[in-house]
Ligand binder design. Sequence first.
Ligand code: LLP
Length: 437
Amino acid sequence: HGTSTIDDNGHLNIGGCDTQALAAEYGTPLYIVDEALVRQRAREYVEAFRASGLRFQVAYASKAFCVMAMCAIAEEEDMSLDVVSDGELHTALKAGFPAQRIHFHGNNKTPDEIDMALDADIGCFVVDNFIELELLNALAADKGKTVNILLRITPGVEAHTHDYISTGQQDSKFGFDLGNGSAYSAIEHGMKLANLKILGVHSHIGSQIFEVEGFRMAVDKVADFAVEINRKLGLTFSVINLGGGFGIRYTEEDKPLPVAEYVQAITDAIISNFSAASYPLPEIWVEPGRSIVGDAGTTLYTVGTSKEIPGVRKYIAVDGGMTDNPRPALYESKYEAVLANRADEAAEETVSVAGKCCESGDMLIWDLELPRVQRGDLLAVFCTGAYNYAMASNYNRIRRPAVVFVKDGQADLAVKRESFDDIVGNDVMPARLKKPS
Ligand code: LLP
């Protein structure tokens, strides 16, 4: 996995760092991010787009993993940034990310969030619905600003993915429908709003997608729409944003394509559709999240207790679980793992990995082949870079783990482990409940 190797002591090394040493220094559970791999993935996108000759922006979908260090890396790798809340926007600004390269998404941006983004002069708003179209125009007018927008359209393309995370089909909370004329009306109406400048449209067809066919279909539909708008309303789109959703390999069941192949399918489809219509080639934006950070993340746990039900199953429990990785419980997601302190030993038993939360559904991996597991062993679960720390919770008042970035044998803390003070930090004891001291 990634740039991980096994050293002479049988320890798993990531980014040139011994995971056992990392566990000793930072404690477990610990998220480890292989910085070189994040940068490599970002470069795969940027280079594939450069090869197409099209103008482009690769906007890292920060929802996958949004911390200041990650925003800084996105900036250094020439990416733009997609944010969906005031918290993500704040993180990006605090990291010094250039506001003009920030795109603001979301189906219910509050007036406060819009004001914050207007004040920061972000590059683009992706408008999701008619109410927001009016609201954004009014708030921009209040500040005497004109803002760039894309309209999010629902192209009616259903990509092969897990049901819970598909957003491209028509029955979705997101965007203006292409099929029923609402996307057309939105453009027609938006063109009349003086403080909005429509750059083009946005489409996102789902997440963890393996085939290119869905992206091709989305491009076909968006191109037809662009031509129709141009003919009937005289507006030419300068930007087409095709969202994210490029799949990664969690287990051997997953067969993603190399990044360059997704990009090429998109750029080829854009060039052929728009050229055929003698339409000026638009700038192409994409928003990969998972495929930038997913396989660069590893979570390190310490094995504690175990329970064997003879003839049925052996459970081992680790010192984290659904609080640091809710994806198995939410989506039945599958992960691979090894014993990080004995990565050179052959598998001897089949175990199922449980978390420590007070909930039966708190399972990380079913039926994992490992060497004979002992209390105190370190378990490394791979591919936890996306939607893990980002979706972590304090259920059972468990403290969120630390995050370290590793590269060339050096480890840098990017997020501190939460403290007990953090846990009670927002609690307020009403005076009438206070114990007399
Ligand atoms: N752009 C938009 C508009 C999106 O809604 C998303 C993801 C992305 C980009 C990035 O997609 P990615 O490249 O990461 O697939 N929590 C779920 C994933 C939710 C994805 C939501 N939208 C999970 O853990 O699988």
